[in-house]
Design a protein around this ligand. Sequence first.
Ligand code: ASP
Length: 368
Amino acid sequence: MRLPPGGVLRSGAMAEPVSRVMVLYTGGTIGMKKGPRGFEPIEGWFADKIAQQPQLHDPTQPRFTTYPSRSNRRIRYDIEPYSPPLDSANLALADWARFAGDVGRFYDDYDAFVIVHGTDTMAYTASALSFMLAGLTKPVILTGAQIPLEQLRNDALDNLLGALGIAGHYRIPEVGLYFHHKLLRGCRSTKVDAAGLDAFDSPNLPPLAEVGIDVEVRWNLVRSPELGGLQVHTQLSPHVAALRLYPGITRAILENFLRPPLEGLVLETFGSGNAPDRDDDLLGVLREASERGVVIVNVTQCLKGHVRASYAAGRAVLDAGVVPGADMTPEAALAKLAFLLGQGLSPDEVRALAGRSLRGELSEEIED
Ligand code: ASP
C-alpha cells in the first residue's frame, strides 16, 4: 500500500523548522588529498574540513547547523565517518550491506540521509541501495565530487550543499544521486564523464529534481512512499557478473563465463538487444546456461534506449531464455540480480521479477 506522493517540508509543518540529516562519509575524491602515489582518502580529514566551511555552519546555532534556507528551514547534520575512507573502486557487496545497515540503524533518528561516496562506482551503490532499502519514506541521497574539497576551486561544496538541501527540504522517498545541480533516481543513474563536472546522467529518465535559482522537483516522477516500514535487505549474491558482447566473441569464452558458481549474468547486447545469431553456437550456450538455472538479463550497451525484439537477432536471444531488461542500466541490472538472487528465490521467480519494475528502475510500458 502506498501513501500519497511526498512534498515540501514547510516551516511549521514539523515541530520546529529544522531537518535532521545523517551524513555517511564513505570516501571518494571529495575527501582526498594528494599523496606521493596520487589522490587518496585520508582518515578524519573530511569531517575536520567540513567543520571549517563557513557556508555549512551558522555560528549562532549548535555545531553542524546550516543557515536558514529560503523557506526558512535549517539543516542540522551529523557526520558518520567510515574508517578507513575508501576509493569507491575498492567497494564490494559487503560495503553496500554496511551502508544499507547504517541507514537502517539511524533511520528513526533522522529525516533524511546523505551518503558521501566516490564517483567511480556511485551509480552501482545507488542502484544496489535502491533494492536493499525497501519501503523507504525518507530521502537517501548519494553525492561526491570530481575535485576534492582541499582544492580552492571544487565541486565538492556545491554538491554537498545541494544534496543536503534536497534531503532536508523534500520528502522524496527514494535513493537518489545528486550531482551538478541534478537529482537523479539512483537506480537509473550512470557515470557518463570521467573528467567533467556534469558527470552523471539518467539517460532513460529525466532528473527527479533540478536546482537552479529555484528548485524544480518533478513530483510526477517521484515514487510514492510505501506503507509497512523500512526493510533492509543485506543478503546479496556475489555470483553475478556483466558481460559486454563484442564482435567475434567465441563459444569458449562465453562458456567459461557462464560456468558455476555464476548464478546471474547481465548480457550487454548490441543496439536494441541483439546478439550474433548466424551460428547457433553462442545461442546454444546461452540456452544451456538458462536451462541450468543461470538467470541472464539482456540490456543494451547503448547509453540510451531499451531492448526489444524487433530484429531476428534480438528475438533469438529471447528464445534462448534470456530475460529482456527493458531500459535498465547495466549497473541497475547487476545490482538487481545480486539482490534477487540473494533472497533465496528460484531462477524462475528471479526471471519474473527481473523484467518488472521494483523501484522504478525500468519502464514497464515501452511502445515498440
Ligand atoms: N576514484 C574516486 C572514487 O571513486 C573518484 C571520485 O570520487 O571521483 O572514489
